[in-house]
Write a protein that binds this ligand. Sequence first.
Ligand code: PGA
Length: 253
Amino acid sequence: MRKKIIGTSWKMHVNSIKDGVDLAKQIKDNLGNMDSVEIFILPTFPMISFLKDILEGSKIGWGAQNMCFAEKGAYTGEVPPQVLKDLKCQYTEIGHAERRKFFNETDEIVNRKVKLSFKYGFVPIVCIGETQDDLDNEFGSIRLKTQILWALDGLSREEMKKVILAYEPVWAIGKQQAASPEYVQNMHEFMRNFIINEYGEEVGNSIRIIYGGSVSPESSKLLMKQKDIDGLFIGRFGLKIENFKSIVSSALV
Ligand code: PGA
């Protein structure tokens, strides 16, 4: 059985320590004892140590929205994996569409960061997804296959099973509505079958594929009913505790 996941990246929406601390405390107070769903929060780097103090001892995990592809050295402005380990991060988000778009993150860099994540004991959440342009040119499936091959290349089977793939069609991020549950289910099934063909049944049936892109309390219920959707990755619509709670409840079945 693949454990269900509800994760949230606060991106830069939560943009003060006070707001981050308040929201993290509310999430902990409301959801901190939940066993049946894996919950994690990814704040901006400087907030991580505050969240660690709040969330330690609860069932809620935390991690970073990015990490340097190198372990140390002259990389001005970057954050090395060891610092994230010191802050007891459990997750690293890798290759989000906004990082690919604004910070030139490539599939090759994604692969380096995934490998480094395992070296330091983090679970990598690898974001993949086709753009509207890909769809218009019928490149959607080759885009996903390519991103999956880059994400998993060079990992052991045991490591592959631990990766969380976040399917985030770029055209569905930052919109009023998520992609339809049927569309997402079809894509997840396609990806799972591709992984089974490439790496075998065990990896394909163990790897968790979550969906992100304009998920709201309204859309979460039907999305979570689909058999290949193992969880949700929440952006704007999870920034209020009532909404986040409601989305988490959609994973309780
Ligand atoms: P959004 O962000 O829900 O605000 O569209 C989702 C994401 O990018 O993970």
